[in-house]
Design a protein around this ligand. Structure first.
Ligand SMILES: Cc1cc2nc3c(=O)[nH]c(=O)nc-3n(C[C@H](O)[C@H](O)[C@H](O)COP(=O)(O)OP(=O)(O)OC[C@H]3O[C@@H](n4cnc5c(N)ncnc54)[C@H](O)[C@@H]3O)c2cc1C
Length: 454
């Protein structure tokens, strides 16, 4: 073992640092399985914030890159290992404490989103942010990407729930920002600087998350449409008068990918499917269901179905959640996460169809449609060079199209390593320069997650 790595191993308790090549393999990739992932020198499975501090002091003393890692479910390559660096995994930092009086959860970063939800639910409370991956992603990863999800259309994204953070900086200093206070404007709003910073500015070692009362019962409306454009029109129509708690879209290719993977009884002939939920209290729920049905019908729905049975509704939501798992079985995937102002949703979806046809690639799309946030997934056969070239062209064109429509290259997955090349086209040179100045102030050696984010 190299003497520098031996110094780290010696500074931390037995079993915290992993160096065996076999054991390191699982720390190289995130969900993108991107072949450019590097080979780390070691993985640190920190058990305490102090372990993270020791690691960062060592890394800054030796100028060694550190890739923070939660559960590795990222879809933008943000947690891919880099050659000659180390991976700092939070998988062992899992404590979750619920403070019912303050209505907050105090959470270590490696706790899975579902673990926070369960702990909150046990006290009659709710942690709303719900990425489709909520059973397999960590709160640290959610904070680092400001993860969104299905109910975010009504309840907001991760950043809306972060009240406090402990963050270990590149030099090992631990800063404590915010806390159990609902309102706090003392000093610069540094807390939010770290939310969505993709592990490039510091490592989150503890978070205080806002909780709300449990979600009221939901009713579900499922509608099929002859075209994606008609479904997108329905999203616009219902958004005029209704604040749904979920508005998800699956296009024809996504419906069929899910049915191929696991038959769920979805209509394979539909051009698109919309899934809408209302959790309005009391009689207002029936009113919202009526609004959703009318919006679908007036927009040309083929079939509209409504249910007040939460289990029946959950079956459709489960089908929607299966999308990413289903498409993963069809080939290599370049996952998009582009978002546009909601009126531009029909134009974006039409453009994606056109790009798929022109480059002769399969691009199933699901969308958090009520947020204008879409996930076109560009699928190609690994090892087929021409197919990969066409897929990469399509990937870049989808992002350029979103920017052209006043949108973003990423609504919730982060820039990671996959989308770095398209960021300046969205932000422009002045914002890029400002971003680099902030990075330099916090991490002058550039050791935190180099190559990710910007
Ligand atoms: C099937 C599937 C469905 C998905 N659906 C959604 C969805 O609906 N909405 C959504 O937003 N995302 C979704 N994702 C993407 C992914 O789950 C989220 O981005 C999630 O927030 C990543 O969490 P993680 O713990 O897996 O992070 P990782 O993949 O381990 O890391 C993600 C980023 O966070 C950084 N990071 C991790 N922990 C820390 C920390 N403690 N401090 C600082 N930086 C850190 C990493 O360096 C990296 O840049 C989905 C993924 C899959 C596989």
């Amino acid at each position: 073992m190299d003497a520098v790595v031996a110094e780290l191993v010696g500074a931390l308790p037995d079993g915290v640092v992993v160096t065996a090549p076999d054991a390191l393999e699982k720390y190289r990739f995130d969900w993108t399985h991107d072949a450019t992932a590097g080979t780390p020198l070691a993985a640190v499975r920190a058990e305490t914030a102090e372990h993270v501090q020791v690691t960062m002091r060592w890394a800054s003393a030796h100028g060694i890159p550190v890739v923070p890692r939660g559960a590795g479910s990222g879809l933008s390559g943000g947690a891919l290992a880099v050659d000659g660096g180390i991976v700092l995994s939070t998988e062992r930092m899992r404590a979750v404490e619920i403070d019912t009086a303050s209505k907050v959860a105090v959470v270590e970063p490696g706790a899975l989103n579902v673990e926070v939800k369960r702990a909150a639910a046990a006290e009659g409370l709710w942690y709303p942010p719900d990425p489709s991956s909520y059973e397999i992603c960590s709160i640290g990863g959610n904070i680092a990407t400001s993860a969104g999800g299905l109910c975010c259309v009504k309840y907001g994204v991760t950043t809306d729930y972060v009240l406090g953070l402990d963050v270990v900086l590149a030099d090992g200093t631990l800063v404590r920002l915010g806390g159990k206070r609902v309102k706090d404007v003392a000093g610069l709003p540094l807390l939010k600087l770290f939310v969505g910073s993709e592990g490039t500015l510091g490592i989150v070692t503890r978070a205080t998350l806002r909780l709300v009362p449990a979600q009221p019962p939901v009713s579900t409306v499922v509608a099929t449409f002859p075209t994606v454009a008609a479904a997108a029109a329905a999203v616009m129509e219902l958004g005029r008068t209704m604040r749904a708690s979920l508005v998800e879209l699956m296009d024809h290719a996504s419906i069929n990918a899910v049915e191929d993977f696991q038959p769920m009884g979805l209509d394979r002939d539909a051009g698109a499917l919309l899934l809408i939920q209302s959790d309005a209290p009391g009689a207002a729920r029936a009113d919202e269901v009526a609004v959703a049905i009318a919006a679908c019908e007036v927009s040309g729905a083929k079939e509209v179905f409504a249910t007040d049975d939460p289990e029946e509704g959950e079956l459709f939501v489960a089908a929607r959640r299966l999308h990413f798992t289903a498409i993963d079985t069809r080939g290599a995937v370049l996952p998009e996460d582009v978002g546009v102002p909601i009126p531009q949703l029909p134009a974006l979806l039409a453009a994606v169809e056109e790009i798929a046809a022109r480059h002769d690639v399969e691009i199933p799309v699901v969308a958090h449609a009520g947020d204008g946030n879409t996930h076109p997934a560009i699928i190609y056969t690994a090892g087929d060079e021409d197919a990969e070239r066409r897929a990469r062209l399509a990937f870049d064109e989808v992002m350029a199209t979103a920017i052209g429509l006043g949108g973003t290259i990423t609504g919730e997955h982060g820039v990671g390593r996959l989308k770095v090349g398209s960021l300046e086209a969205q932000l422009g040179p002045d914002v890029m320069a400002l971003t680099r100045r902030v990075k330099h102030a916090l991490d002058p050696q550039g050791i935190l997650n180099p190559g990710a984010g910007f």
